[in-house]
Design a protein around this ligand. Structure first.
Ligand code: BTN
Length: 242
């Protein structure tokens, strides 16, 4: 339980020294009818990233998945993922470094990715059945063990951190935001490094280049391009130099 793990967390915690993927385990628990439970691991042997990528998850990181059953339409799921990005940014900030969120939910420090989020979901159009929010934070890991050239770790940025404290901050912030959804977008804006920047977004319908001006519920990015305003709901965003 959370208490055994030394956490006074608002969720039940299931801890693994090593597991294939906390998201895979979260889905399994969803199948068992569970909710409000966090799967936390020191190491993942089959960590999964967005867009079917692998996610390198050596021992020393923070690899967790939160299983929730929020009462909301499936179209609003991006809002929960954005809440997770805000909670993660707050947890990262608590270690003394300055994070920024890159739309929709990467957490960067000095332009390098320190955390990523992968949300999986099941439900009918008007109602989410369950949602597994998987959060990976490169905490006490060597950057040599990370594949992405634009990745960093807390160890690299500020030295090893107390993972218990970071997870505690993250889960508290997450539970507050999920309970008060009207705050999510404004909290996201306050932590965003994307708004006000020139961006290039790779979308299923092609590349969009322009100035990111705002986010709109439930998570679309508004980009002012040479041809007018675009509303982007899915894509890979890159921050361009001003
Ligand atoms: C991304 O591609 O940016 C998302 C990475 C998400 C990784 C986390 S680590 C905990 C959870 N379990 C997984 O297998 N993936 C997510």
């Amino acid at each position: 339980s959370a208490v055994e793990f030394g956490l006074d967390a608002p969720y039940e915690v299931e801890y693994h020294d090593s597991i294939d993927s906390t998201n895979r385990r979260g889905r399994e628990l969803a199948g068992d009818g569970r909710e409000d439970i966090v799967v936390l691991a020191d190491e993942q042997t089959g960590g999964r990233g967005r867009l079917k990528r692998e996610w390198s998850s050596p021992s020393g990181g923070i690899w967790l998945s939160l299983l929730l059953r929020p009462t909301m339409p499936t179209t609003h799921a991006p809002l929960v993922t954005m809440a997770a990005a805000v909670a993660t940014a707050e947890a990262v900030a608590s270690t003394g470094v300055e994070p920024e969120i890159k739309w929709p939910n990467d957490v960067l420090v000095d332009g390098k990715k320190v955390s990523g989020i992968l949300t999986e979901m099941e439900g009918e159009a008007d109602r989410i059945s369950w949602l597994v929010v998987g959060i990976g934070i490169n905490a006490n890991v060597d950057i040599e063990s990370l594949p992405e050239d634009r990745a960093t770790s807390l160890r690299e940025l500020c030295g090893d951190v107390d993972r218990r404290e970071v997870v505690q901050t993250l889960l508290e912030s997450m539970s507050e935001l999920v309970a008060d959804r009207d705050r999510i977008l404004s909290a996201w804006r306050a932590r965003s490094g994307t708004l006000g920047r020139r961006v290039s977004v790779e979308t299923p319908n092609g590349e969009i280049v322009g100035e990111a001006v705002d986010v709109e519920s439930p998570g679309a990015l508004l980009v002012d391009t040479a041809d007018g305003r675009e509303r982007v709901t899915v894509g890979d965003c890159e921050h361009l130099r001003p």
